[in-house]
Write a protein that binds this ligand. Sequence first.
Ligand code: THU
Length: 161
Amino acid sequence: MNQVNGEVVHNTESRHTSQETVTRLIRQSQEAKKQAYCPYSNFRVGAALLTLDNCVFTGCNVENACYNLGVCAERNAISKAVSEGYRTFKAIAIASDMNDQFISPCGGCRQFMREFGSNWDVFLSKPNGSCLKMTVEELLPVSFGPEDLSIKKVFDIPNES
Ligand code: THU
């Protein structure tokens, strides 16, 4: 659900991704996880991002001795895709080493995904390949996005000069 000019707009169904593609994407996220650089948390994460034209970009988390500079796997995958000219995504799969729980993207990564639309799929996986399918909209409802910046405001900000 998005609010545009005060009206509630319901998104149509997110794009369909075949079971075979999802399975492959999860495997690719598990492969990406092997590159994780996480000496501080020892928490490996991998992501595999599927673009509209079926290219896949992977990413892992990359931590830093200056802790707050660490980057999540999802953000790495998205940044790789965007820097290669891809901005429309069908799905992202996320992998971690947690057996008993599906890996859930952090708030910052949810917002980073949302920048490129709310109506695409996020597959939260476990090491055995099982997954939970959610949309970006479900992970970040009532979100703020690029469209909101151009919505009419009550007054104009006075020019400083
Ligand atoms: N992390 C990710 O890369 N993605 C997530 O979805 C959750 C957390 C990373 C950040 C940090 O390197 C480590 O996992 C522990 O928080």
